[in-house]
Design a protein around this ligand. Sequence first.
Ligand code: ADP
Length: 162
Amino acid sequence: MIQQTLVLIKPDGVQRGLIGEIIKRLEQRGLKIVGMKMVHVDKSFAEKHYTEDIEKRHGKKVRDYLIDYVSHDPIIAMVIQGSSAIEVVRKIVGTTYPGESPIGTIRGDFAHVSKARAKEKNQGRNLVHASANEEDAKKELALWFSVDEIHDYKLSAEEHLI
Ligand code: ADP
């Protein structure tokens, strides 16, 4: 099934000069970028992305940290399209805590902070956000992108990729 998913390069990814590296990893897998922009969101927008669900799962401190952090500096937002793109992109990104994330994933190759350290500092810097499932992807894409910011086009290499 062809899916679209939201990828954000969070402030640590932008600040560390990893925009190109992260985009490269999505492109080299044959995924298609159908929307992309640099945005500096405010806190009220960030609250809509990091909803109360985060508070239920990780607590208020973590949600407050995420809202502050993601609205502190510009980030890159992308719509990525491909076959089972939601799952494939999550594999490329890796698992939540970089110290546990496999080598070969973005989080496993460019960060190393453990779950224990993230909890100790209430600070989960892991470079990228990627929608977790179909329901989240639908909500997040509608929040971050208008219909006219998502482009329907064909890659010249598409017949070899999909
Ligand atoms: P993922 O981004 O891997 O889907 P979650 O949705 O569970 O993970 O969490 C959202 C974000 O919250 C994570 O990407 C990470 O930046 C941050 N986070 C998770 N746990 C903690 C923690 N204990 N302390 C600080 N930040 C955390």
